[in-house]
Design a protein around this ligand. Structure first.
Ligand code: AMP
Ligand code: MG
Length: 302
């Protein structure tokens, strides 16, 4: 028996409500949120318009579930020279995906879509070339880049968050075992981004065993042993890298993942939650641990 499950609960969320105006709407198979603190109604309307424009561009060009998108069309044609063929606005997203694939020795692999389709994960709409691990973060960067930056806005697309403006935002990492509300709480600083990859948002169950929608791109096997990975990135890395890195580090796990970060993305912070609901714990480097204001379980240093 295969059960396809898509939980609405998002892995990352902004905490607190005082003085915050929040807009929430469905897009790209997930939920978009814009949280505004202060600012004029005109500024809010403008921020929303920039965000809508960014998301519709990404949907039109990068969506794997829209057969008319540029990505779907090129994948059908068996494209191999992606960087030369795709529209200039989305080229950075392809470039980063290909770079992550190369640096990670194929652990991150946009071609896992073929295998995910075979396995029947999700709605079966994975394209042969799949940017699902990075496109939402790219869309968030695009939306944030269109904003003036003089008002405090938190851009959130399906749990991929980026701070615009000068204020910090209190942020919670959801408990992947659904016992408490948050596994950890920290403040996301101006310009920072955060993303989480988890095995509980989208998965399949076969004979009572849960398989995640993230595959090891080197083997095509489901990744086991990790419940969630959260990655925080500085402004110069952005939301696209937070998104791509969270998927990469989910595959690599804490030991290999930390070596990967230290060699290639030393300014990114990561927090792993192993899939051990009976003795929950977290694995994180000291720089991440020192950011946490609350954490539900012991932290193992890495
Ligand atoms: P995320 O939630 O950002 O971790 O992205 C998960 C999505 O990325 C999956 O639904 C697939 O579309 C895609 N994916 C799964 N495994 C990999 C992988 N090893 N490399 C790149 N993309 C992947
Ligand atoms: Mg990702």
């Amino acid at each position: 028996m295969v059960a396809v499950v898509a939980a609405a609960a998002l892995a990352m969320r902004q905490l607190g409500t005082r003085g915050i105006v929040r807009e929430r709407w469905p897009v790209m198979g997930t939920v978009a949120v814009l949280a505004h603190r202060g600012g004029t109604p005109e500024a809010r309307v403008e921020a929303r318009a920039k965000t809508d424009a960014a998301y519709s561009l990404v949907e039109r060009l990068l969506s794997a579930w829209n057969p008319e998108s540029e990505l779907s069309r090129l994948a059908r044609e068996g494209c191999t020279n992606w960087l030369e063929r795709v529209s200039v606005e989305v080229r950075p997203c392809y470039a980063e995906a290909l770079r992550l694939a190369e640096l990670s020795g194929g652990a991150f692999n946009p071609r896992v879509g073929v295998k995910l389709r075979e396995l029947g994960v999700g709605s079966g709409t994975y394209s042969d070339f799949d940017l699902g691990a990075i496109a939402k973060g790219f869309a968030v960067d695009l939306a944030a880049a269109g904003m003036r930056g003089d008002a405090d806005v938190l851009v959130d697309l399906g749990g991929n968050l980026r701070v615009v403006g000068t204020g910090a935002w209190r942020t919670g990492v959801r408990d992947p075992f659904h016992r408490g509300a948050n596994a950890a709480v920290f403040d996301l600083a101006p310009g920072e981004s955060v993303a989480t990859s988890g095995n509980y948002e989208r998965f399949i169950e076969r004979d009572g065993i849960r398989y995640s929608h993230i595959l090891d791109g080197r083997t095509g096997e489901h990744v086991a042993g990790i419940a969630a990975v959260t990655v925080v990135t500085p402004p110069e890395y952005g939301a696209m890298l937070a998104d791509g890195l969270s998927t990469t580090l989910f595959v690599l796990g804490p030991e290999e993942g930390m070596r990967f970060l230290r060699s290639h993305y030393p300014r990114a912070l990561a927090l792993w939650i192993p899939d051990c609901p009976d003795s929950p714990r977290m694995v994180a480097p000291p720089e991440m641990k020192s950011r946490l204001l609350e954490c539900a379980w012991p932290i193992i240093n890495i």
